[in-house]
Design a protein around this ligand. Sequence first.
Ligand code: PLP
Length: 462
Amino acid sequence: MPSLNPSPRTAASRNADLQQRSRRHVWHPCTQSSRLDAAPPLPIARGEGAWLVDHDERRYLDATSSWWVNLFGHAHPAINAALRDQLDTLPHVMLAGCTHAPAVELAERLSALTGHALGYCFYASDGASAVEIALKMSFHAWRNAGRSDKRGFVALRGGYHGETLGALHVTDVAVFREAYAPLLREVHLAPSPDARGAAPGEDALAVAVRAAAALDALLAEQHDRIAAVIVEPLVQCATGMAMHDPEYLRLVRAACDRHGVHLIADEIAVGCGRSGSFFACEQAGIWPDFMCLSKGISGGYLPLALVMTREAIYQSFVDDDVARSFLHSHSYTGNALACRAALATLDLFAQEDVLNRNRGRAARILQGLRNGLGPSRAAHLRQRGMITAFDVRAAGPRFAERFHLAAREQGLLMRPIGSTVYLMPPYVVSDAEIDLLVERTLATLDAVAQPHATEACDVALA
Ligand SMILES: *Cc1c(COP(=O)(O)O)cnc(C)c1O
């Protein structure tokens, strides 16, 4: 048994002990196992606000919001209290044949946040399962309408929608897709509206218009065989925080309407305020036919995902024939604890003027980076809401790993994507924490840019 008050010495060895035991029995996700010597997992003992603390009392600012899920910091008192109450009342009950207050209230409140445009909520657990559900629902809605020939999907270049087989087939990030490509069905790929793709003389809007025109042409030709277009509104996160003009979403919505194709908005990463508005689609003034939410919706506490859709689509499944009803379930669908965490998260949005205060936080992050990053070191400094990113010039081999390790030395948890460094902190960072985050990000960049500094860091970790 670990003692409740470990002495610093015991605590330090507990770090190493957990790393060793993790090596032996835990298969870590998104991790090249051959690199575990160079980059062993951080043994985290507890979380406090924006900070993670290891067993040696070393503190790391969580600049990735733990893979983009955490909104209001770790171990938030209000979410903790709600969960304790739920724990003593009803941790879980199946959602087939039963219902419960947290699932009902959450669906009601999310529906209201869309002005009831998306009035029905189907629950799942992880983001990828929400994507699977949206794809199946779209196809099935067309089938119910006598159009079972509409079974193809359009996805965007560089898009990411999760890594189960159905979600992976609409994902276009080579590192996740290539090994499994033989298992995947075909997808129609449309150009990314990524503003970095601007030709000389083009701005972000022109790129958006050009990309939407290509999608429109694809739909004009193939709409008879296409059920839906799936997009990540405003920011394609996993491909490297590729950002686009909101006009793209308006044009895609119009093209889908014109050609009779559903629009699926995957707001798993960009929803829940991350893009600056509660839903990213709000910035384009559109609603999709299906919206996928996960990650931040439970405040980063518990796996919860959901697909919201229109009343008319729900009604098209109401029939005595079982084959016309939606056939999909996960054991933990609508988990009461997870829904309760989501309600506590929505309460924080309602109580704390979060989106407005985040505008100040985002401006401070951008200003700090703008002052500290010279054009020779970084390109495409960009921001949408609480997502800020830049691309490092001359990043060199294994940049992401070297940066991650050097950031640890600075007391930051960061995981660049290729040569893209991004800052995506929880919505509780103070001005002082933002200044520290920016300062240490720049110091990390200095450290990895200098070969001797990198060597020193490797030695320290060996
Ligand atoms: C993370 C993510 C997913 C997958 O969610 P998981 O919970 O990891 O399965 C899908 N789409 C987007 C846009 C994401 O960022």
